[in-house]
Structure formats: structure tokens, C-alpha cells
Design a protein around this ligand. Structure first.
Ligand code: HXC
Ligand code: NAP
Length: 291
């Protein structure tokens, strides 16, 4: 979507960049000329991705192991990135943990694990990078990968919904507070984009056979990684320079399908004829009553 070299000279840290959506977005950032640091807990995974993406794009990727629940490890990612690339211009908070479960089955630790990765990890990383930007007068940009249920809420993924909701409010709050430094913060709320990480934990059997995630999406398909990468690159680029504190939904209309009458696709044209006639009859009857 963006022109070649749109991110040339920029350095962006992508948490969870070794797999799934983080990997796809990193690939596009590199194609647009950015330097990218990817980080996550598993060094072998990020090393392999770094090599693959560098071979594919000719760009430079630094892979630094980091658990986003640990501030010292976050500061190490920041320091290593500055050492390698000179400065940091963007942060993509993409790491997450999640699994589907009735909430009453969760242990206290299960709840904490998700909230610590998603909420605490996002604000620790944002705080570390934000302090560095303010101190060095850098007009950096944060992009947080949220979910559509950060605003609607959702059963069966309650810790994730709580944490994503908190991270979204942090995005908006800091956009208001740090605008004076030229720092922007935005979010993307994706609907379903197939990845192994999410599908293994959210659509395992027998759930996968019981529900088709595309059936309630108006566009009748899941998202393509390139579609999300386009939006992410735009929001991390200077082209979106006047957008801050915003969350952009990219879900094929899934959230809107919850509208009261949006699910009436199974009504046939003949049934609509009948329904129309019935309503008109009722209208005529009520007019007569008024005469
Ligand atoms: C109930 C569970 C559970 C499950 C784990 N736990 N899985 N409880 N049902 N299915 C409990 C454990 O029993 C333990 O509690 C606690 O959670 C921590 O588990 P650990 O395995 O020790 O944690 P850890 O090794 O840190 O692994 C974190 C993880 C794991 C979140 C549990 O799934 C992970 O590494 N995930 C990373 C990738 C990921 O989740 N990707 C999906 C993102 S998709 P006890 O009390 O027993 O010790 C997404 C949105 C998608 O976010 C939206 C789609 C439309
Ligand atoms: P994924 O491949 O499982 O990505 C999650 C990443 O987070 C992994 O690379 C994982 O790497 C990393 N991670 C987990 N715990 C971490 C920790 N404690 N510290 C550092 N990194 C950690 O799943 P995905 O689908 O691409 O998800 C990416 C983002 O998109 C998430 O924020 C998710 O909530 C969001 N999202 C996805 C969808 C979808 O349909 N796929 C929809 C809405 C939102 P390690 O295991 O190596 O740490």
C-alpha cells in the first residue's frame, strides 16, 4: 500500500515478532525499508524468523529474547536496539497470551498469566520506550494490537478481554498526555486472522468443527495478513501523523453484525414478499382504526 522506502531510516521494535501477525507485519516493515528488532521469549524462534526475513527482504533484523513481563529484559531490548541501529522510532506491542475457557475453570494464576503478558507487558514496554523518547526528544509512535472484544467484551476469554480493554484505555490516555512530546499511540482491533498461535488456543477441536468463524462475518471470510500489515505500516509511518489515540477495527464487519437485525440472511425473497405484505396489511388496518 505504501510507496517503496516509506519507512526508510526508521527502526521499529516488534514484540512477538517471531510468529503469526507480528512476523507478517515485520516482513512488510522491512520491505518498506525499516530496521526491525523482534523479541519474544523463545530465542530459537526469533533467530529463525530473523534469518528468514533478512534473506527474503534484504533488510536488517535484530532478534533479542525478552519476556515482556520483565522490565529489565525490556530495557535490554531497547539498549541492544539503540546499540545496533542508533535509535528507536516505533514500537509495535503485539505479544499476547490467550486461551479459551469458561472463566470459573480458571485458577488465579491462569488469570494473572494472561493479564501480565497482555496488559502489564504492553505498559512496561510503552513506559520504557516512552521515557527514552521524551528524554531524547524523539517523536516516536506506538501501535498496540488490540482485539474487537476490547470494547465489546467477550465471554470465554475474560482475562484477555480485561487486559486488551486496559491496554486500549492506556493507548487513549497516553495519546492525550504525550501528544505534547509529539508521541503518537494508536491501536488496531483485528477480527479473525488465522495464525497457529491463536487457532491452537481459541479454535481447538471440537470447537473448530462446531463453529465457523466466517459465518457471522458480513464479508464472509477471515482477514489476510497483508491487509493487517498495510494498516499497521500506515499507522507506524509519518503518513498517519495527525492520528493519535485511535483504535481502527479491521474485521470484515464482524462486530457490526451484532446489530439487532443484521442476521436475517436466511430469509428468502419469497418470505420477504410475504413479510412486506403482512406489514402493509397491518399499516392499512391501523389507518382504518384512526379514521
Ligand atoms: C485453563 C490454563 C489453560 C487452559 C493454561 N492455563 N492454559 N487454564 N485452560 N487452556 C493455566 C495453567 O494451568 C497455569 O495455571 C497458567 O494458565 C499459566 O500457564 P503456563 O503454561 O505455566 O504459562 P506460560 O508458560 O507462561 O504460557 C502462557 C500461555 C500460553 C498464555 C498459557 O498459551 C502461551 O505461551 N501463549 C502465547 C501465545 C498465544 O497465546 N497466542 C494467542 C494470541 S491470540 P496453574 O494455576 O495451573 O499453574 C489473541 C486474540 C485472538 O490474543 C482473537 C481471535 C479472534
Ligand atoms: P501468536 O503467533 O501466538 O503471537 C503471540 C506472540 O507473543 C508470540 O510470538 C509469542 O512468542 C509472544 N509472547 C507470548 N508471551 C510473551 C511474553 N511473555 N513475552 C514476550 N512475548 C510473548 O498469535 P497471533 O495471532 O499472531 O497474535 C498476535 C497479536 O494479535 C496478539 O496481540 C493477539 O492478541 C492479536 N490478535 C490476533 C488475532 C488473530 O485472529 N490472530 C485477532 C485479534 C487480535 P513466544 O512464545 O516466543 O514468547
Amino acid at each position: 500500500m505504501l510507496r517503496d522506502d516509506a519507512l526508510k531510516g526508521k527502526t521499529i521494535i516488534v514484540t512477538g515478532g517471531g510468529t503469526g501477525l507480528g512476523k507478517s507485519i515485520s516482513r512488510y516493515l522491512l520491505q518498506l525499508g525499516a530496521n526491525v528488532t523482534i523479541c519474544s521469549r523463545r530465542q530459537a524462534v526469533i533467530d529463525e524468523t530473523a534469518k528468514e526475513l533478512m534473506d527474503e527482504t534484504g533488510g536488517t533484523v535484530l532478534a533479542v529474547a525478552c519476556d515482556v513481563r520483565n522490565p529489565e529484559q525490556i530495557e535490554n531490548v531497547l539498549a541492544e536496539t539503540i546499540k545496533k541501529f542508533g535509535q528507536v522510532d516505533g514500537l509495535l506491542n503485539n505479544s499476547a497470551g490467550n486461551f479459551i475457557s469458561p472463566t470459573e475453570r480458571l485458577s488465579y494464576k491462569a488469570f494473572d498469566t494472561i493479564v501480565d503478558i497482555v496488559l502489564r507487558g504492553t505498559y512496561y514496554f510503552t513506559l520504557a520506550v516512552g521515557k527514552y523518547w521524551i528524554e531524547n526528544k524523539i517523536k516516536g509512535t506506538v501501535l498496540n494490537i488490540s482485539t474487537t472484544y476490547a470494547t465489546t467484551g467477550s465471554g470465554y476469554v475474560v482475562p484477555s478481554a480485561v487486559a486488551k480493554g486496559g491496554a486500549l484505555i492506556m493507548t487513549k490516555s497516553l495519546a492525550a498526555e504525550w501528544g505534547k512530546y509529539g508521541i503518537r499511540l494508536n491501536a488496531i482491533a483485528p477480527g479473525p486472522f488465522p495464525t497457529k498461535g491463536a487457532w491452537d488456543r481459541l479454535f481447538p477441536e471440537p470447537l473448530a468443527s462446531m463453529m465457523d468463524p466466517t459465518s457471522r462475518i458480513p464479508l464472509k471470510r477471515v482477514g489476510e495478513h497483508g491487509e493487517l500489515a498495510n494498516l499497521a505500516a500506515y499507522l507506524l509511518s509519518d503518513y498517519s501523523g495527525y492520528i493519535t489515540g485511535e483504535s481502527i477495527t479491521i474485521d470484515g464487519g464482524e462486530v457490526l453484525a451484532a446489530g439487532e437485525f443484521s442476521h436475517l440472511e436466511s430469509v428468502t425473497p419469497e418470505q420477504w414478499d410475504m413479510i412486506g405484505e403482512t406489514i402493509k396489511q397491518a399499516n392499512r388496518a391501523s389507518k382504518k382504526e384512526g379514521q
